[in-house]
Design a protein around this ligand. Structure first.
Ligand SMILES: [Mg+2]
Length: 215
């Protein structure tokens, strides 16, 4: 750990980072996004997939394509796609709570989901008290990760420099931006995947985050 740039903040992604990715939360959100497109645009089947892929490529997220081309209100979309059951797939995580309690850093959540969704997930995991702040898509001007402006909004709001942050996420793209800005980075990924080459330090579970911070 560099003496000139002491670590002060751990910035965590939410979904598939603070809980294991095989639990089905993101899959449920994805199913709601498909349903939203069916209901609002009248598309079905493969046309939904094609549209989502095109908007992701052209605009970064499905939402941004919907905002631009269909005048969808982002808050309406976010409330709709996050209206999922959580209690049967997520459970309180006292182990993570204890790990975060022992670490001498300020913990922050930074998610492309909504603030309401983030609060629900943190409450369900019973770790809300460990986080000093939640930055969600609706709190960073609807600019999503991995765009650098989104990260800069978070840093400015916290009044800190990137060099004092460690960013933990399950997407290498997001980590690439964080590293370019000067943050330390950690990928959370239970099993290696060959489809996304990266060279970020990797842990299989958020429970191992303290291992990377040992003196
Ligand atoms: Mg994630």
């Amino acid at each position: 750990m560099s003496r000139e740039n002491p670590l002060t903040h751990l910035i965590f992604d939410l979904d598939d980072t603070l809980y294991a990715p095989n639990l089905g939360v993101v899959q449920r959100v994805n199913a709601r996004i498909d349903l939203f497109i069916r209901e609002h645009l009248g598309l079905v089947g493969a046309d939904v997939d094609t549209l989502r892929e095109r908007y992701r490529l052209e605009h970064g997220t499905t939402l941004h394509g919907l905002m631009l081309h269909h005048r969808i209100e982002p808050d309406v979309y976010l409330a709709d796609v996050h209206a999922i059951e959580l209690d049967d797939v997520l459970a309180p995580d006292p182990r993570l709570n204890a790990i975060l309690a022992r670490l001498p850093y300020e913990n922050i959540v930074f998610t492309n989901g909504s603030a309401a969704h983030a609060e629900r997930v943190l409450d369900r995991l019973a770790i809300r008290e460990r986080f000093a702040g939640v930055f969600s898509l609706d709190r960073v001007g609807y600019v999503p990760k991995p765009r650098p402006e989104a990260f800069q909004t978070v840093l400015d709001a916290l009044g800190i420099e990137a060099e004092h942050c460690m960013f933990i996420d399950d997407h290498p793209d997001n980590l690439d931006t964080a590293r370019a800005l000067g943050m330390r980075t950690v990928l959370v990924r239970p099993t290696p995947r060959d489809d996304q080459a990266h060279d970020h330090p990797t842990i299989a579970s958020v429970h191992q985050v303290a291992d990377l911070l040992a003196p």
